[in-house]
Design a protein around this ligand. Structure first.
Ligand code: NOJ
Length: 507
């Protein structure tokens, strides 16, 4: 792209779940050397940046989202030398590297928490959220853990409860404490100096909690059978007004270096989400917009979502779109293979930075996980509710060899049944397959400034047809997407033009 804009605006991001991308040492779990081996594939695909889910030392009870050392690499993934080699190799190939920053909570095995829990007078006591039991002797308030049960854990050593938004082995840091803020800022600086190009910040909207720890109100729309967490509206435990000052500080650290990006993981409605751009856009560059993952898959609903999101964006804020990640059902299984092609075209023609989830570009399905194969702590806590995330975290399907080219041994999660026919190797040879479509879409987006940077102009939607234009200076691309099973016709009053790309491709 000739025009000068930050790389993360015109660029395409690609999420790697490191456990499942490429195993280089035959232990069945992916690692950093494996990622290095596969960098040329990312270049071939045409993406600009890779985001690595956590690679830091961890007891792995939440597969790395429970960190016991923020400035190391878990031996399962390699070493700091391997990490440096990865950054150097990626940069050499023109790829940016984004790390996962998990500042809301640590592992209970983090030295900070070990100190904090040791006594009420320990200097790190206030680094976490400790409270006396309530008057009746139970937890301090009614807040629930996202993973089920109370979010308060009683600690017999000091007779107080600590707060954990997720597993009880993931105590929340106290972001009201300036020492905690400084410590995490220094973690960011550590990685920025090692050359990382930005961070995806885990559960950004959870970072700060109500100072008075007021009870969350009941959710009157709760239906039994839903996740227990949804029984309450988390209005006091998440998305507090004070969070924006915290995010602005993270951004200031990012601004200490040139050209870095701050991305926030935030599950909120578009109206609330956009506040995370911050006052004067001094917050996250890209508060992740996950709305496509939860919106019903029909043209009218998606058109409304795009309009609502575009309307909610503050002036100058740059949008972004996501179809899947390591916490949500795979798009190909959610809406079916044919529609996953339409979704690919939508993702790569909308205004805003697209993030691809590894494997979606070859149409990887949600894999059925048998009860004895479950690894996800959320599923283990709440079996039967459909919260399991293992099915979207299965090994990347590289080729048709016994372990799909992912590993020399049995992988930590099962491969999908279709791996022998649907993999990078087979799809490279098939001009009509999902990988070819993704590559063509990415190439088109890179070649046409209106697709990467142009305005979004809605041109109408029915139940099955969504039509919009992207315009930039004198260039215009028209996008028409059929969300239905039947062919639909569409007339344009423009007499000029040609078909650039169709989701139905010739073999
Ligand atoms: C959000 C992450 O995406 C998810 O995988 C993790 O379990 C929770 N945060 C807790 O860290």
């Amino acid at each position: 792209m000739q025009e000068s804009c930050p790389w993360w605006m015109s660029g395409i991001l690609y999420q790697i779940y490191p456990r499942s991308f490429q195993d280089s040492n035959g232990d069945g779990v992916g690692d950093l050397r494996g990622v290095i081996q596969r960098l040329p594939y990312l270049v071939e695909l045409g993406v600009d940046a890779l985001w690595l889910s956590p690679i830091f030392p961890s007891p792995m009870e939440d597969f790395g989202y429970d960190i016991s050392d923020y400035t190391g690499i878990d031996p399962l993934f390699g070493s700091l030398d391997d990490f440096d080699a990865l950054v150097a190799a990626a940069h050499e190939l023109g790829l940016k590297v984004i790390l996962d920053l998990v500042p809301n909570h640590t592992s209970e095995q983090h030295p900070w928490f070990i100190e904090s829990r040791s006594s009420k007078t320990n200097p790190k006591r206030d680094w976490y959220i400790w409270r006396d039991p309530s008057g009746e002797g139970g937890p301090p308030n009614n807040w629930l853990s996202e993973f089920g049960g109370s979010s308060w854990e009683f600690d017999a050593v000091t007779g107080q409860y600590y707060y954990h938004a997720f597993r009880r082995s993931q105590p929340d840091l106290n972001w009201r404490n300036p020492e905690v803020r400084r410590a995490i800022h220094n973690v960011m600086r550590f990685w920025l100096r090692r050359g990382v190009d930005g961070f995806r910040v885990d559960v950004m909207w959870h970072l700060i909690k109500d100072e008075l720890l007021r009870d969350n109100p009941p959710n009157l729309d709760y239906v039994p059978g839903q996740q227990p967490y949804q029984q309450l509206i988390p209005s006091y435990s998440t998305d507090r007004p004070e969070v924006h000052a915290v995010v602005a500080e993270l951004r200031q650290v990012i601004e200490e270096c040139d050209d870095r990006v701050l991305i926030g993981e935030i599950y909120l409605s578009p109206e609330k989400l956009v506040a995370y751009y911050g006052r004067d856009l001094a917050g996250a560059h890209l508060p992740f917009n996950f709305a496509l993952i939860s919106t019903p898959w029909n043209a009218r609903a998606v058109a409304k979502l795009i309009d609502d999101y575009e309307a909610a964006l503050p002036p100058g804020a740059w949008p972004n779109w996501v179809l899947g990640n390591h916490d949500r059902q795979r798009i190909a299984s959610r809406i079916g293979g044919d529609q996953a092609r339409v979704a690919a075209m939508l993702l790569l023609t909308l205004r805003g930075t697209p993030t691809l989830y590894y494997g979606d570009e070859i149409g990887m399905p949600q894999v059925d996980i048998q009860p004895d194969q479950v690894r996800d702590p959320w599923e283990k806590n709440l079996p039967g509710l459909g919260v399991g995330r293992d099915g979207c975290r299965t090994p990347m399907q590289w080729d048709s060899t016994p372990q799909a080219g992912f590993s020399a041994t049995e992988p930590w999660l099962p491969l999908s049944r279709n791996f022998a026919s649907e993999n990078v190797m087979t799809q490279r040879q098939d001009a009509a397959c999902m990988l070819s479509l993704y590559r063509a879409l990415i190439a088109l987006r890179r070649a046409r400034p209106e697709l990467a940077l142009g305005t979004y102009k809605p041109l109408g939607a029915t139940e099955s047809l969504l039509v919009f234009a992207r315009e930039h200076h004198d260039r215009r691309s028209l996008v028409a997407l059929n969300f239905g099973r039947e062919p639909v016709s569409f007339e344009t009053n423009s007499s000029r033009g040609r078909i650039l790309l169709s989701t139905v491709m010739d073999r």
